[in-house]
Ligand binder design. Structure first.
Ligand SMILES: N[C@@H](CCC(=O)N[C@@H](CS)C(=O)NCC(=O)O)C(=O)O
Length: 221
């Protein structure tokens, strides 16, 4: 275990998909960390409080603090962890496989998750005056589009193994499991995505994924 690992602090919300990705990565790498809850709804949203905004002007979790360093953006955090704490790599060795892992991770982190983020949903029902049914239709639509593409991509992929890329969990799996957790929470039927479900089930057998689950976090409700 690297000595400096004791300084790691994760500013975190139990249900946040992005924070869930980082918790999985920390668990896979066996890095201990302090868990600092940032409640996204309570107190008007603790992400908007000055102390947190100073760490991340985007006012989004997660933020990982490593000593004096504050890093936001879950994929940047995971890549940082992989470079700073190289034991148990979460990106494969070859450039082609690394690109593949990033491609899959980004397809979720850029093209599915942001459309269903809390502030986007609040804007739809608040500023745009849409009702809950319209919001739910939006969520279902963008999940269906994103997950169908991911299913088609992974189903035909020769590099796929037990996990998204090969038989070792990578940053892509750190994204897939939280994305499917969110999809289930939003009431999606996952039957059309058997490949995604099989990878998810393989991941769920690993303690790092089990310990990172939103239901196991100290601020879980
Ligand atoms: N691209 C960012 C997304 C971060 C993000 O959207 N975090 C959400 C929780 S999953 C959040 O803090 N939302 C607060 C809000 O919408 O006000 C990442 O990967 O870290």
């Amino acid at each position: 275990m690297p000595e400096s690992a004791t300084q790691l602090v994760l500013h975190n919300y139990f249900r946040s998909s992005s924070a869930y990705r980082v918790r999985i990565a920390l668990g896979l790498k066996g890095l201990p960390y302090a868990y600092l809850p940032v409640h996204l709804n309570r107190n008007g949203g603790e992400q908007f409080q000055p102390a947190f905004s100073a760490r991340n002007p985007q006012q989004l979790v997660p933020v990982l603090s490593d000593g004096a360093l504050d890093i936001s953006q879950s994929l940047a955090i995971i890549e940082y962890l992989d470079e700073a704490y190289p034991e148990t790599p979460l990106l494969p060795a070859t450039p082609g496989q690394r690109a593949r892992v990033r491609q899959l991770a980004l397809s979720m982190a850029c093209d599915i998750h942001p459309l269903n983020n809390l502030r986007v949903l609040k804007y739809i029902t608040g500023t745009m005056g849409q009702d809950e049914a319209a919001k739910d239709a939006w969520i279902q639509h963008w999940h269906a589009v994103g997950l169908a593409a991911l299913e088609a991509d992974l189903a035909r992929d020769q590099q796929r193994g037990r996990y998204c890329v090969g038989d070792t969990p990578t940053m892509a799996d750190c994204c897939l499991v939280p994305q499917l957790f969110a999809a289930r929470r939003f009431g999606m039927d996952l039957t059309p995505f058997p490949t995604l479900q099989a990878i998810d089930a393989a991941c769920q057998r690993l303690p790092a994924f089990q310990r990172a689950h939103p239901g196991c976090q100290p601020d879980s409700e």
